[in-house]
Design a protein around this ligand. Sequence first.
Ligand SMILES: *[C@@H]1O[C@H](CO)[C@@H](O)[C@H](O)[C@H]1NC(C)=O
Ligand SMILES: *[C@@H]1O[C@H](CO)[C@@H](O)[C@H](O)[C@H]1NC(C)=O
Ligand SMILES: *[C@@H]1O[C@H](CO)[C@@H](O)[C@H](O)[C@H]1NC(C)=O
Length: 472
Amino acid sequence: MSSSCIILFFLLLTIISVQTAIVKTQENTWKTKYFEQRVDHNDYRVNSLGSFKQRYLINGNSYKGGNFPIFFYTGNEGDITLFAKNTGLIWEFAAHFNALIIFAEHRYYGESLPFGSHSFANNSMLAFFTAEQALQDYVTLIEYLKATVASTNSPVVAFGGSYGGMLSAWLRMKYPGTVVGAYAASAPIWQFTSLTPCETFNSIVTRTYRGTNSNCPLNIRNSWKAIRGIFERGQPAKLKSLFHLCDDIKDKDELNALIAAINNVWVSMAMADYPYPANFLGNLPAWPVNYTCNILSKSPANEDALLMLISEAVQVFTNYSKDVKCFNIANGGDPPALSTNGWDYQSCTQMVMPMCSDGKNDMFEVQNWDFDAMTQYCIKEFRAVPREFWAVQTFGGKEAVAKAASNIYFTNGHLDPWSGGGVLTQLSPSLHAFVISDGAHHVDLRASNPHDTTAIKQARSIAKSLITKWVS
Ligand SMILES: *[C@@H]1O[C@H](CO)[C@@H](O)[C@H](O)[C@H]1NC(C)=O
Ligand SMILES: *[C@@H]1O[C@H](CO)[C@@H](O)[C@H](O)[C@H]1NC(C)=O
Ligand SMILES: *[C@@H]1O[C@H](CO)[C@@H](O)[C@H](O)[C@H]1NC(C)=O
């Protein structure tokens, strides 16, 4: 798997969050504030690098002060307002617990740029872009809030989804004096070398599709060869019209980009397999995988018939509203508003998440995990060298976490491919896990919806009782 694929995959976490704003029953509000944050937490010199403005969002409407809690969302890879718009659960919980709501932006994303517009200029400017520095930002901000707008007696609970969930869990592990517990939703803290096999992710995508009918993943698996066949027979124009592409397929690289974009469509729909319609690039129907696999349940008579079905199925994601002019494979069909820069760098340094596919246990083409190729890419792109074992060395492997950590609630959706790198079972009396059998990517953090399944509601009610214990 090429490194750019990995980057796209993780970027999707953000994108899926973006789309979730729609099914809100009421508008959740906040005030935007800025905190003067240290550029380098490990620099004690008088003439240090100085500070930058870290953005955070605050809502104190439910907060009663004193011993009442602070709910602190540990921002992940994107503009913090996206996460605030898509974590409706915090407002519901804050009302119940009389809590103060904070959403803190992750450095190098949104408006929280340590060196302003120069933050991505070169690897000296990027040197402070680490998860450790981000966690120290959160600790520093929490101490400031307790000393000013909140109370020093207020227990802090960390919340986060996806990479934000990893940060919540890591915040509790590294700074147990700062947060009393963490609600880590769809947090793949084990999606790293030596902890999770690289095939797991793609085999779960396939399982989610197969869960609706067995023809669906078979048709998808057969489509790759059919698509390549058209190109090899010298008919790129046929591909362009079949998939309503914006641009011609001029060479093998562009053919691979088309394949990668379609690949991303299937992955995204597994992550966004929510029980109600969501709005993203036009609308996505309720249960998009079921909807798509209904189209792909047939046994087409030949390759042309197969590709007609595939094109129709791809459009469930790219063109459900029927008004998208053409399929832009240059961005994999992603919204242009999202910048890939930040996550690209993080996956080239600390977030090395191996992925591969074998074409047998999954519905994708064979793609090996190639750490050396990725290293070459990262050196070329950022003059940075990825550290394959950073996560395990920094936070410990499975046994160390089970022994040393406490007060973390891990939730995962069984339909979500990221669940493969997540914590699915209770590790100790204070490390809880819940798998939402019909859930997708951090569906439980979203605002309650009339279509929520029993399992989604159960995940939230367990969270409520755990938080009650942590803050009492
Ligand atoms: C990196 O970029 C900054 C900001 O543009 C610049 O001041 C600095 O000289 C650059 N450093 C190197 C080593 O190129
Ligand atoms: C979306 O659907 C419309 C109407 O069927 C079609 O004209 C257009 O080409 C489609 N766009 C994509 C990206 O498939
Ligand atoms: C869609 O499929 C999931 C399993 O993947 C299942 O739990 C759900 O009930 C299905 N929804 C509908 C409307 O059939």
